[in-house]
Design a protein around this ligand. Structure first.
Ligand SMILES: [Zn+2]
Ligand SMILES: [Zn+2]
Length: 232
């Protein structure tokens, strides 16, 4: 499948860019919206449909996965053309990959219900919060994962502690790696920390690669390259 900014999401052909925005009809929902690009066959997919298709794929993929490795699940999800380089779908993806690996590693959780809950919670967390609120959505997604699998509520004791501890540990690790934002780097860091946390506190052991290699740097203008531990 074609990935990247230059390919049409409907047919895979190259995109043509306009000097001025044109009213285009979304190939999926039919809404007419301004766009700066389409393919030669006039295909255009609006942001809302783009996000929905990406998230639906995350749900379907996780439900049928047998993987115990959250990083591997994330990397495969990230290859899908409807997942952006950066974007709030990562706020769902990190938790979904963790719930799936937890389940496949023997963790007790009703997978479908947990993934649906992850989608509901992760969808509420806006983009850009890493820089604007000081709390990266990939880190919060790992906290949501712990909250969901331990059924934490604002009134629980141990699960409440775990969920908050999880988010804070993921945030500390993400902060240490430094800005600017990269949804791939932050997702890998949060998932790595969450796998370690899960082993320490819940005794469930996921598969985790010592060496994580990211090959999305080609699509990331702000990649820290040699200063990122995942730079391929
Ligand atoms: Zn097309
Ligand atoms: Zn649409």
């Amino acid at each position: 499948m074609n990935r990247g900014e230059g390919a049409c999401l409907v047919c895979g052909e190259q995109l043509i860019y306009f000097e001025k925005a044109k009213k285009m009809e979304c190939s999926i929902c039919g809404r007419k919206l301004a766009s700066y690009a389409s393919c030669e066959d006039n295909h255009f997919v609006c942001d809302k449909c783009h996000a929905e298709k990406g998230i639906q794929y995350v749900m379907d993929y996780c439900l049928q996965s047998h993987s115990r490795n959250p990083i591997q699940i994330l990397q495969e999800l990230m290859e899908y053309p409807y997942i952006y380089m950066h974007g709030p779908e990562h706020h769902i993806m990190v938790g979904a990959a963790l719930i799936t690996s937890f389940h496949n590693s023997g963790g007790e959780v009703e997978l479908k219900a947990a993934l649906d809950e992850m989608k509901a919670r992760g969808s509420q967390y806006p983009g850009g919060t890493c820089g604007f609120w000081g709390a990266c959505g990939a880190a919060v997604s790992s906290g949501m994962y712990i909250s969901i699998i331990t059924q934490a509520t604002p009134l629980s004791v141990k699960p409440w502690r775990w969920a908050n501890e999880m988010t804070s540990r993921a945030l500390a690790k993400i902060a240490e790696l430094g800005g600017p934002r990269c949804c791939k780097r932050n997702s890998f860091a949060a998932a790595q920390e969450a796998a370690t946390f899960t082993k320490e506190n819940l005794g469930i052991i996921m598969e985790l690669d010592e060496d994580i290699q990211c090959d999305f740097f080609k699509e990331n203008r702000e990649c820290r390259k040699k200063n990122c531990p995942y730079y391929g």
